[in-house]
Write a protein that binds this ligand. Structure first.
Ligand SMILES: [Zn+2]
Length: 57
C-alpha cells in the first residue's frame, strides 16, 4: 500500500501498489476523486478531471 494524502482535505488515502495509471481512488473523508499515476513504481495522485458524463444511474 502506498500512503498518499488527499489533495483537498489532506486525509490519508491508501492506494494499492498494484494500482495502475488512470485508476480512480476516492478520498474517504471528502469524497474527492483522484487519478492514480504510476511512474517507475512511484505512485502519485492528481485530482481527477470532472467529467460531465451520464453513466445512466
Ligand atoms: Zn479528502
Amino acid at each position: 500500500m502506498a500512503e498518499l494524502n488527499c489533495l483537498v482535505c489532506k486525509s490519508e488515502i491508501e492506494v494499492e501498489e498494484r494500482a495502475t495509471t488512470g485508476e480512480i481512488v476516492e478520498c474517504d473523508s471528502c469524497g474527492q476523486e483522484h487519478e492514480v499515476q504510476v511512474e517507475s513504481h512511484l505512485v502519485t495522485i492528481a485530482l481527477a478531471p470532472e467529467i460531465e458524463e451520464t453513466w445512466g444511474e
